[in-house]
Design a protein around this ligand. Structure first.
Ligand code: MOS
Length: 703
């Protein structure tokens, strides 16, 4: 299974497994992350967050703090520099950027002050001494369907809030078998290994920033707008990023405060978040409450599909977790209705978190389909085959590649699905009950316009410059492989530079669209350069550069249902005495475009599958109704899958090049996290005969 890896400094071309180019730097500590960069005269900021969930700041008693050793400034709403009030950045209007701009407290853990001092210890001590008083107001963190403030938004990150065709009620009434089930998922937190951090300073009329971000260009643009700066005067770098998962896609409080402080003090300022602060300052995945109603004939063919999902947002900004959109492209039915409702509460603003919508939505839908298969006496894979649409169920668009059933066939063969006894609760291994489960996965395939520059240097080497981000996925390595292939030169002659806003517009590492969007632009520029050189173009002393922009090519793509697909399998053992669940093995087979680097691609896919395992069994942010705050805002209380929880796990793929992409890429960042929680939950049912529709499936719920 595990491919042989090449370990030299330069990768070969596309399709060859290769270790990360920067891997050695990372494991030896030579790679520098945002909080690692030195600067002369560096000062350190420490963020103070609200201890109440709603109200107004009555006072900030900054005098005692200002007298403490090393303290340089205490920033708060009464003295902070003004920001652009009606900021609308890469992701639209965003009031979460209005840090220290008003006295209103919208949720527990909101920034109310920032202490800047000579050392981080001095800043922290003063920050912990700072007394902030509040005029509190009653808060509402009561997430529940039927809450009077819930509404259907016009739009979600996955299309309209509501989409429907046909008559769901009539089709349900005419169905032989009906499944009507409620599912819930808790607040989930990204917890990237590298906490958010930024350093900012002015140099020769430019604002120099080192941030940890999934998109240096977008972050620089947004930062310039927020501070009223000429975008050309902002230079932002993020060479190494220790995970993001959606939490590092926006301008965040630590960055805003670092820039404010450097503007004020005239010296470099660094701010890093603590792990607990990452539970209120960088977004999270909202709780969801979902209802799925399926109606079918005895043959399992769907007549009605209804998926209604509720997620929470803050009072600052509407962010919709679009769980119900999952079924819009997966399964057809004459009566088809999918609705993503949202409920503003006094909670931190949720955001994109790996497979937003698809992850919780696939849990509900793929579990409901398992229930329907049981009720129809059908194998779960046969049920899905019976409901395979030929065109987009709601859109009517043709599919640009649709190998879901091939994934199931290959997965079933390798997992040994044919030998499965469908009866639940009948297999034992000592004290353990054993079960297996499966689920489908899909994730949309998109592409954004990107610019790239490829330079032929006078010494015969090549330099690629692109504002891509490597958030730990291996993007740097994959893009180098793409450049080597497109230039058709010795790998040792190619050098790739990324994560620098001066390299121009580029989509961020997000939406599973990074490598595809960046790779397209690199290939375009590299091919043209290669042609020019072949025609005898001279290389001047300062190099010959070709700059590409994929805007036109991307816009010219024909409308289609574009998705990657996958089939997830899991085997679990359940101890009915303690309620403990052990996942024994997982298998994911994906049809997700041409795979650039099989080594890092496999890690990306199994990493996503582990997210599903972790969501199914472990992860749960618990919000306290009385305080409105999270009870378990650290990695001691927020339990996620550790190494010992992760079994033999395998991911592989079918040949599935995207015909519309010049390289054949589709994107693999998120699909591993889709369907994997459902496969585990379905396996738990198969082991025990009990359906668990509320995640995580904790031991106390099993008993
Ligand atoms: Mo991802 S949630 O698109 O960073």
């Amino acid at each position: 299974m595990t491919p042989a890896t090449t370990t030299g400094l330069a990768p070969r071309a596309v399709g060859t497994p290769h270790v990360r180019l920067e891997g050695r730097d990372k494991v030896t500590g030579a790679a520098r992350y945002a909080a690692d960069f030195p600067a002369d005269g560096l000062a350190h900021g420490w963020i103070v967050t609200s201890t109440v969930a709603r109200g107004r700041i009555a006072s900030v008693d900054d005098l005692p703090a200002l007298k403490m050793p090393g303290v340089l400034a205490v920033l708060h709403h009464g003295n902070a520099p003004r920001l652009k009030e009606d900021f609308a950045g890469t992701f639209g209007p965003d009031a979460t950027t209005q840090i220290l701009q008003h006295d209103r407290v919208p949720h527990a853990g909101w920034p109310v002050a920032c202490v800047v001092a000579e050392t981080p210890e001095q800043a922290r001590e003063a920050a912990e001494t700072l007394v902030v008083t509040y005029d509190t107001e009653p808060h509402d963190v009561d997430f529940r369907p039927g809450h009077p403030a819930a509404y259907t938004p016009d739009a979600s990150p996955a299309g309209p809030g509501r989409a429907e065709k046909g008559d769901v009620e009539a089709e349900l009434a005419a169905s032989d078998v009906v499944v009507d089930a409620h599912y819930s998922t808790p607040e989930l937190y990204h917890n990237a290994m590298e906490p958010h951090a930024a350093m900012a300073y002015w140099d020769d009329g430019r604002l120099e920033v080192v941030d940890t971000t999934q998109g240096a260009y977008a972050t620089a643009q947004d930062l310039a707008q927020l501070f009223g700066l000429d975008p050309a005067s902002v230079h932002l770098r993020s060479e190494h990023v220790g995970g993001g998962f959606g939490s590092k896609a926006q301008v965040r409080a630590h960055l805003i405060l670092a820039v404010m402080a450097t503007n004020l003090l005239g010296r470099p300022v660094r701010i890093a978040l603590t792990r607990p602060q990452m539970f209120s300052l960088i977004g999270h995945r909202s709780r969801t409450a979902q209802r799925v109603r399926l109606g079918a004939g005895t043959d399992g063919r769907l007549r009605a599909l209804e998926h209604t999902a509720l997620s929470a947002t803050s009072t600052l900004r509407e962010f919709v977790e679009p769980s119900a959109a999952y079924g819009r492209t997966m399964y057809d039915a004459n009566g088809h209705r999918t609705v993503n409702n949202v409920l503003p509460l006094d909670v931190p603003t949720p955001t994109y978190m790996r497979a937003p919508g698809e992850a919780p939505g696939s849990f509900a839908m793929e579990c409901a389909l398992d229930e329907l298969a049981e009720r129809c006496g059908l194998d779960p894979i046969a049920l899905r085959a019976r409901n395979e649409p030929s065109v987009g169920p709601v859109s009517g668009l043709p599919y640009a590649g649709h190998r879901l059933l091939d994934c199931f066939a290959e997965g079933a063969r390798r997992f040994g699905w044919a030998e499965r006894d469908p009866r639940p609760g009948v297999r034992r291994d000592g004290r353990w009950l054993i079960g297996t489960g499966t689920a489908a996965a899909s994730f949309f395939t998109g592409v954004f316009p990107v610019t790239a520059a490829v330079t032929a240097n006078a010494d015969g080497t090549f330099t690629v410059r692109i504002t891509a981000a490597d958030i730990g996925t291996g993007a740097r390595t994959a893009l180098t492989q793409l450049a080597v292939e497109a230039l058709d030169v010795e790998p040792s002659r190619v050098r790739l530079l990324i994560a620098d806003s001066d390299f121009g517009n580029a989509w961020l590492a997000g939406g599973s669209m990074g490598t595809r969007s960046w790779g397209w632009a690199i290939q375009l520029a590299a091919r043209e350069l290669r042609e020019r050189l072949a025609l005898g173009a001279a290389v001047p002393a300062d190099g010959l550069t070709v700059r590409s922009d994929t805007e036109q090519a991307v816009r010219a793509l024909a409308a289609a249902e574009r998705h990657a697909y996958g089939a997830q399998f899991a085997e679990v053992a359940v101890d009915p005495g303690t309620g403990e669940i052990r996942v024994r093995r997982m298998l994911g087979i994906f049809a997700a475009g041409r795979i650039v680097n099989p080594l890092t691609a496999r890690s990306q896919l199994t990493g996503g599958m582990i997210w599903g395992l972790s969501a199914a069994l472990h992860e749960e942010g618990i919000r306290d109704a009385a305080s409105g705050a999270l009870v378990n805002a650290d990695l001691a209380g927020y339990h996620y899958a550790a190494h010992a929880d992760v079994p033999a796990i395998e991911a592989d793929w079918l040949d599935d090049p995207d015909p519309d992409d010049p390289v054949g890429i589709k994107g693999i960042g998120e699909i591993g996290a889709v369907g994997s929680a459902a496969a585990v939950a379905n396996a738990v049912w198969h082991a025990t005969g009990v359906r668990h529709r509320d995640l995580p499936i904790r031991p106390d719920r099993v008993l």
